[in-house]
Design a protein around this ligand. Structure first.
Ligand SMILES: CC(C)(COP(=O)(O)OP(=O)(O)OC[C@H]1O[C@@H](n2cnc3c(N)ncnc32)[C@H](O)[C@@H]1OP(=O)(O)O)[C@@H](O)C(=O)NCCC(=O)NCCS
Length: 157
């Protein structure tokens, strides 16, 4: 799959993208599709975030949080600006994260979703999982969150 051409590409997020990530995902946060992330939280894990840009404008984002002990990665914060939806950008970002996870030798990709469950199954090749699939630290956060997210899993090996 091609991630870049002369006018669009996936690239690591930079410090100046933090505001863009917050603005981009605001609608999804307000409607409870995504968890609210503070500037500090994003900044602390900035290396986990990637931006999809068209003509230098961020139009989508995604993150990969790694749990090295369990060799698992969590795909998080996937959001595509509605003006650019249904053009395969979401799928490209999932594929990008999956490739990164494979390069890092992770054995499993997990994701949590309240409203895009069917999307991850039908377009991302994820299977329904359970909270037991989450690394212990992530499971604790999940239980404290009170969000009724569903767990999805994609085996990489
Ligand atoms: C879900 C989302 C990432 C899809 O991005 P996208 O770039 O529009 O998706 P793609 O172009 O790769 O795929 C489009 C296909 O997925 C389907 N689709 C889109 N959202 C869907 C959903 N929530 N549930 C099921 N199918 C969905 C479309 O109908 C389309 O189907 P088709 O190809 O058979 O016509 C995007 O709509 C979004 O950001 N949603 C809000 C945030 C969210 O819920 N994020 C996931 C939590 S981590």
């Amino acid at each position: 799959m091609i991630y870049a051409n002369e006018y669009q590409q996936v690239r690591p997020a930079r410090k100046k993208d933090i505001r863009a990530i917050q603005l981009l995902t605001k609608t999804a946060v307000d409607s409870d599709e995504l968890v609210k992330r503070t500037r500090t939280v994003i900044e602390k894990n900035l290396g986990d975030y990637f931006i999809f840009e068209i003509d230098k404008n961020p139009v989508a984002c995604v993150a990969l949080h790694v749990y090295p002990e369990q060799k698992k990665g969590e795909l998080a914060c996937l959001y595509v600006n509605p003006l650019h939806e249904n053009r395969g950008i979401g799928r490209k970002l999932i594929q990008y994260i999956e490739n990164k996870a494979r390069e890092m030798n992770l054995t499993e990709l997990i994701t949590l979703s309240t409203q895009a469950f069917t999307y991850f199954q039908s377009k991302g090749g994820f299977m329904e999982g359970t909270p037991d699939d989450l690394p212990p630290a992530r499971r604790e956060k999940y239980e404290q969150s009170g969000r009724n997210s569903k767990v999805l899993v994609k085996k990489l090996k």
